[in-house]
Design a binder for this molecule. Sequence first.
Ligand code: SF4
Ligand code: SF4
Ligand code: SF4
Length: 192
Amino acid sequence: MLEVITVIDQINAILPQTQCRKCGFQGCRPYAEAIASGLADINQCPPGGDLGIGELARLLNIDPKPLNPTFGEHKPKQVAFIIEDACIGCVKCIAVCPVDAILGAAKFMHTVIASECTGCELCIAPCPVDCIVMQPVSMTIVHQGHIDKSAASQLAKKRYEARCLRKEKESEEKAERAKQKKAKLGMLKKAP
Ligand code: SF4
Ligand code: SF4
Ligand code: SF4
């Protein structure tokens, strides 16, 4: 089957796939859709920084502009690290991680798979005991050698898309269960 590459795909391919929502959208793809439809400007992605803005400008054949500071500042890539002794196993971080980079179960300590963490920082705020800290990539992934930026963003994209599909399926299943429960209750009420 012929694969159709849209302008949204091309914009999304430039975005860093951090999935941090700092652009004001729910992830890189929704931001790409908003740029393509003229609802968002090209300078709203802090992780992509000026380099990313330049690439977007070239793709869209428009002038580049500086990163809009309202959306945050460009920083070197970091990854999350959990201070495991302090973790109470509440799973709140797992619930928000856009790329499923956190391992753990209820009431057990959690840990971040550093090679899969995009550094989005979304897990920091929900942690009730403040045991998640961000660390520079070089300090954390010292034994993993050179990180291929493009491979890392492809991996993040795949993991984000897989998570979105899973969440969509879960909410469909939930809606179906609610529908069946409602139908069952209706039948019970009708019964003499
Ligand atoms: S990396 Fe963050 S700010 Fe940039 S497009 Fe993706 S979600 Fe938006
Ligand atoms: S572990 Fe935290 S910082 Fe890393 S991707 Fe998940 S939510 Fe983002
Ligand atoms: S949110 Fe914090 S305390 Fe809760 S599981 Fe994650 S790291 Fe542990």
